[in-house]
Structure formats: C-alpha cells, structure tokens
Design a protein around this ligand. Sequence first.
Ligand code: CP
Ligand code: NVA
Length: 303
Amino acid sequence: MNKNFLALHDFSKKELDDLFELALELKKKQKNGEKHRLLKGKTLAMIFEKSSTRTRVSFEVGIYQLGGHGLFISSGTSQMGRGEPLKDTARTLSRFCDGIMVRTYGQEIVEELARFATVPIINGLTDLFHPCQIMADLLTVIEHKGTYNGLKFAWVGDGNNMANTWIEAAAIFGFDLTLACPQGYQPDRKVLEWAHANGKASIVLTDDPKAAVKDADVLNTDVWASMGQEEEQKAREKAFAGYQLNAETLKLAKPDCIVMHCLPAHRDEEITDEVIEGPNSVVWDEAENRLHIQKAIMASLMG
Ligand code: CP
Ligand code: NVA
C-alpha cells in the first residue's frame, strides 16, 4: 500500500475495500469495549491551516483509541506560520512523530510534505481533495445499503474538494455518479479527465439538479462557499440558487435514498433543515464514521 494517504487515485479498489473491512472490524471492537491498540505508543502530528471540528476530534480520539497520542499543531502558532519551509517541517516532525495529518490549502502542500517526510502523510482536506471524508461516506453507504455496487450517486452543488473526491471514488469503485454544478463552479477538469481515462463508471456532469437526483440512491451536497472562499459567499448564493437539497428534490430520488453532507452544513442554503433532520438523512452516522475509517487508515499506514 502507498505510504501516504494523499488522494484516492494512489490506491487500488482492493486496498480501499480492505480499509472498509478493517474499519468495520475496529468499529465493532470499539463498540464492544474490546482493546484494539494497534498503534500503542505512536504519535500522530495533526497540522491545521484551516478550521475543523470533525477532522480534529476524530483523528485525536482515533489515535488515542489505538493506544497512541495525537498532537494538535495550528499553523498560526507554529514556525510554519512564520515561514519555516515545509520541507524542514516535514523532516523535523518525522524525527518526533510516526505520522502526520495535515489540513491545508493546495494539494501541492501535502505532496511537498510527503516528499520530505519519512513518516506517512495523511490528507485531512485540501482545496482539491477530502479523501478521508469520502471513505467515511462510503463506509456509511455500505452500512446503510449493504454495498456501493449498482447504486446511483448524485452530487448537487459546488464542484469542490468533495465533488472531486467523489469523482475519483466513482472511477475506482465503479459506481454511477451524476454531478449537478452551475456553470463556472464545475469540478476540477484534470480530475474528471483522470476518472474518464481510468474508470468504467458513468460520470456525468450537468447543470440540472433534477437530472442528477432523478432515481438516485445516494444524495450528496456541501456548502456553497468552502473554507478560504468566504468573501465569495454573496456571489455564490446567487450562482447556486436552485441547487438545494429540499423536499421537492427529494421526491425525484428513490424513496429509500440516503442524504449525505460532510458537515458543517448551512441550513436553508445547500440543504433545508427539513431534509438534514429528516428520515433519509444519515449525516450523524457519516460524521461518526470519520473516526472508524481514519483508525483503519492510521493502523494500515503507521502500524
Ligand atoms: N467534514 C469535515 O471535515 O468537518 P470539519 O471541517 O469539522 O473537520
Ligand atoms: N468543501 C468544504 C468541506 C468542509 C469539510 C470546505 O472545503 O470548506
């Protein structure tokens, strides 16, 4: 298996399926109160250049449950924030820690860290990808639907880091994905090209949310303005009007569809309160599964 967890495209379907299996096993052990200290005495450095609730807590609790220790490092209060080169940070942290999780802006930042670190680097969200989240989402789909095979996935909203990672997942796992994104807010072109060249899945891009959700089994959305795009909020509210998951859109999907959102959600923007709180929503299971899948990722990389 690849030494780092930077993007799903670095892994085979089998390697990722093995992570689901391990995550389910670890989840069961944790629920039954059975010890599973696969990373006893190991330390994970967690670098945050952006805000977080779920990622920070799930990694810190996860490494603790595996018998290790998590170290929260905010870029603003470390020497990274004062311009210490990434390659120096990577080599220094590698001498102290057994793995490094990083949440940052450009994908090139996690790649640079990986180039110089001698311990595994885990992508905890970049502007391009959010691979831990999509793995948690698919684990949730497996639990609720039994499998991801043969399901129809829909994405409604911004062609952002979440959408890009769903595209990679569709190509690798071979499920059908339709994304409805407004003009000018489409997913990364290179990611789409990679997916079309490397997968057999049907990945369709449209600007019609109704077409995307029609008969879908899994509905997905995310905020209209991601971290770092706060000043675009007003312009995005205009561009994304009509790209909301609400009771009307839900009627077009399968009656037993599941609704997902990586959170944090902006109620009554990309999703209505009614839908996120409704019977089809699985967002809390989805949030919890960050813990279980990341324990599997850490155990596989750092064990
Ligand atoms: N979904 C997610 O990554 O949440 P946080 O921003 O709270 O970490
Ligand atoms: N697209 C969002 C995801 C947050 C978990 C962002 O990047 O802010």
